[in-house]
Ligand binder design. Structure first.
Ligand code: PEP
Ligand code: MG
Length: 567
């Protein structure tokens, strides 16, 4: 058995097809007629863009609009002036088009790879994909085409690029195995959207798995089983059937209200990273947006997005949600979220440094651009402003003061906006959890960010393997922090939600119900699963379990008790 990253759930059983990547080697040579060489590059670029557009159009139908945007993004990236000018300058210097492309694109790829943030590593993969596509055009070679595979194929490939994924015929591919890539790579995102089981980052998969061999791709546990015997095959067939049955059963929760077993209404919201995600969230049956991470708008740009650009993005989400609540978090820069053009200084301890609301309040003119855009967009739907990384009430007061200044300006300029726009906060620091009673008196709502709250409470960096065992919300310290936040918010009568990953953990659901949490904000594919988890618990049952669990002293005991009670 080989182990890898479980990137797309499900169990695929089929026949291995190792996809061989084309030979894109060439002899670098110097050119004299640089204009002709630039025209040759332009022609290859145009064909690449045409083919990519055709793939995007096909994907819109076969996979979905959001995923098609990844391909449209490739066209924009290929036509990016930075890349195009760089290649042109290299050709002017006498380089052949192939070499100019490879050197310039590789320079951009390395630049993105050197950044810590996941988003930029995705960008690096996109650049590499574009480089392969245009180079294949220049050399007249075909890139891997996965649209003509026999039914029941297990595709094994070094790296499944977004453009390869776009050619996949979902009906014929039972599973995907790659040698590189993580859970958040674009390929993983597309594999999940196609609902094809995928295990990524299996070392030497292309050498170990042979054409024609039977294999099982267990995308739930991240296992690949080559040449399974009859007993294993029948075991996996049963597991595949159980997985499919569970998915079919979840469909019963589509279009239904989110209620506890005793009829208490909750809100099931989605987390999104860009305006395009909003449609996917609605398609997955969400009732609101509980977190729009606005920093992705800033990360996807090469300079600060203007008020107009931000306004358009926020308005689009508000309109897509047709009046349902949309919580937009103001810029959460710093820590693990680097935005290169903002040129923040390197810090010894960036997670405790100059970031999020701290940066924004220190740069009020920049912050006001975002607040004005949010206010203007509030005329088109139910937008709420959320402040990240709050540690003291002074920060909330200062933000509210800036919001009032922006309102005055916009009123004078004749803009419409929601006069009563709510300003709430992310509860994601140990400090905020400790003063939840104070903050609840001045914040319009709380949203618990367990991703950071767990790290700050346990003083454990989840990126550090050596201390990862401490990064768990089953520790009594984290549970008490969450409880304190919810109980104090409820006492003050404000809405309390959770937008960290813990909101989608069904083991925690009874505790959150017991404490009175109102909104669960999860990733789009977790909507139905979370609605089901909520429907399993009445307040009385949840309270009984809470009383038992909160007596326990270790994370292991807590998890075991929650697992024992799971429904
Ligand atoms: C969180 O910290 O839980 C959260 C939702 O924010 P992010 O993951 O963007 O830091
Ligand atoms: Mg956070």
């Amino acid at each position: 058995m080989y182990e890898g990253v479980n990137a797309s759930e499900g169990i695929g059983i089929g026949t291995v097809v190792v996809a061989v990547e084309p030979d894109l080697s060439f002899e670098p040579h110097s050119v004299e007629d640089t204009d002709a060489e630039k025209a040759r590059y332009k022609a290859a670029l145009d064909v690449f863009c045409e083919k990519t557009q055709a793939q995007a159009d096909r994907m819109k139908v076969t996979v979905g609009e959001n995923e098609a945007e990844i391909m449209s993004g490739h066209i924009m990236l290929a036509q990016d002036p930075g890349l195009v000018d760089g290649i042109s300058t290299a050709i002017d210097g006498g380089m052949c088009a192939e070499q100019a492309l490879v050197e310039t694109a590789t320079m951009f790829e390395n630049m993105f790879l050197s950044m810590d943030d996941e988003m930029f590593r995705l960008r690096a993969a996109d650049i590499a994909d574009i480089r392969t596509g245009i180079l294949a055009e220049l050399l007249g070679r075909e890139v891997v085409d996965l649209s003509v595979l026999p039914a029941g194929s297990i595709v094994v490939v070094h790296d499944l690029t977004p453009s390869m994924t776009a050619t996949i015929d979902k009906e014929n591919v039972a599973g995907i195995v790659t040698e590189v890539g993580g859970r958040t790579s674009h390929s993983a995102i597309i594999a999940r959207a196609l609902e094809i089981p995928a295990v990524l980052s299996v070392p030497n998969a292309c050498g170990a798995l042979l054409n024609g061999m039977t294999a099982v791709v267990d995308g739930i546990n991240g296992h690949v089983i080559p040449d399974p015997d009859e007993a294993m095959l029948s075991d996996y067939r049963e597991r595949a059937e159980a997985f499919a049955a569970e998915k079919r059963a979840l469909e019963a929760y589509r279009g239904k209200p989110t209620v506890t077993a005793d009829g208490d209404k909750k809100t099931l919201a989605c987390n999104i990273g860009n305006p395009e995600d909003a449609k996917g969230a609605v398609d997955h049956d969400c009732e609101a947006i509980g977190l729009f991470r606005s920093e992705f708008l800033f990360m996807d740009a090469t300079s600060l997005p203007s008020e107009e650009e931000q306004f358009e993005a926020y308005r689009k989400v508000a309109v897509t949600l047709k009046g349902a609540p949309v919580i937009i978090r103001t810029l959460d820069v710093g820590g693990d979220k680097e935005i290169p053009y903002m040129k923040l200084q390197k810090e010894e301890n960036p997670f405790m440094g100059y970031r999020a609301v701290r940066y924004c309040l220190d740069n009020p003119d920049e912050y006001k651009v975002q607040l004005r855009a949010l206010l203007r967009a509030s005329a088109f739907g139910d937008i709420k402003i959320m402040v990240p990384l709050v540690t003291c009430v002074e920060e909330l007061r200062q933000v509210k003061e800036l919001v009032e200044q922006c309102k005055t300006e916009l009123r004078e300029e004749g803009y419409k906006f929601d006069e009563n726009i709510e300003v709430g906060i992310m509860m994601e620091t140990a400090a905020a959890a400790n003063i939840a009673d104070i903050l609840a008196k001045e914040a319009a709502f709380f949203s618990i960010g367990t991703n950071d709250l767990t790290g700050y409470t346990m003083a454990s960096d989840r990126g550090n393997d050596k201390v990862a065992y401490l990064y768990s919300w089953y520790y009594p310290a984290v549970l008490r922090a969450i409880k304190n936040i919810i109980v104090n918010g409820v006492k003050e009568g404000i809405m309390v939600g959770m937008c960290g990953e813990a909101a989608a953990d069904p083991l925690l659901t009874p505790l959150l119900i017991s404490w009175g949490m109102e909104e669960f904000s999860v990733s789009a594919p977790s909507v139905l699963k979370t609605r089901k988890a909520i429907s399993q618990w009445s307040k009385a049952d949840a309270d009984a379990l809470e009383a038992e669990v909160m007596q326990l002293t270790t994370a292991e005991e807590v998890k075991a008790a929650l697992e024992g009670a799971a429904r």
